[in-house]
Unconditional design. Structure first.
Length: 223
């Protein structure tokens, strides 16, 4: 509805694996739970979904056939709508990147020497990036059918907030600006400068040379 909101919208890429959704502690742990928020939220109003919109879907022959095929008779209801949306979101993955090809196909053609050096910096204890951004999604903890991970949150120290937020995925990060929980940073250079200047309990104090900064940025752009 054009309202200005305090939180940045995270990418949906790799959200199928997130141990929690949204930014805050106490957020939903499944996509089914999460979808009820934008559909029915009133403070603020987001999608404004109601029985009237459900009736429109139920009257559409295309949806009647699709829902019947997926769920059986009398299938167009709120629960099945949420299941369908969550199933779609679980399928969202970014296109293959230079990092993917390097890690999973042994193809280093897209990884420059700077990007490889940047990956070493990213994984180093000196910078501590991978303390929060780890696993396949380079995010906070991920869950899957075999193991349920506990969410982890840390204080980003931006926007005047001392609240703890979930670490989002860094996959495809060069394409998902703005950054941070409040969207206050428009470039990866700003993000690096922030973490250099603001060590915290989970981020060690560090300083980058100009060369190292360029290497780390080169790595982030391969993701």
């Amino acid at each position: 509805l054009g309202d200005s909101l305090p939180l940045n919208t995270p990418t949906l890429y790799f959200s199928a694996f997130n141990a929690s959704l949204g930014w805050l502690e106490g957020a939903p742990a499944t996509l089914e739970e999460q979808h009820h928020i934008p559909l029915f939220n009133t403070r603020p109003v987001e999608l404004g979904f109601s029985d009237a919109q459900l009736a429109v879907l139920a009257a559409d022959h295309t949806y009647q056939e699709a829902f019947a095929a997926a769920f059986g008779d009398n299938a167009i209801n709120t629960d099945n709508l949420v299941k369908a949306l969550a199933t779609h979101v679980r399928s969202l993955q970014p296109p293959s990147t230079a990092f993917d090809r390097y890690m999973f196909e042994d193809d280093a053609s897209g990884m420059s020497a700077d990007a490889k050096a940047g990956m070493d910096l990213f994984l180093s204890a000196r910078l501590g990036c991978s303390l929060c951004h780890a696993s396949l999604a380079l995010s906070g903890p991920v869950s899957h059918s075999v193991q349920r991970a506990e969410p982890v949150f840390h204080v980003m120290g931006v926007g005047g907030s001392d609240a703890a937020f979930r670490a989002p995925t860094l996959r495809y990060v060069q394409h998902t600006a703005p950054y941070m929980h409040d969207g206050s940073m428009t470039s990866l250079q700003q993000v690096l400068a922030h973490y250099e200047a603001r060590p915290s309990a989970r981020v060690p104090a560090f300083s980058l040379t100009d060369v190292e900064r360029a290497q780390l940025l080169a790595f982030l752009r391969t993701l």
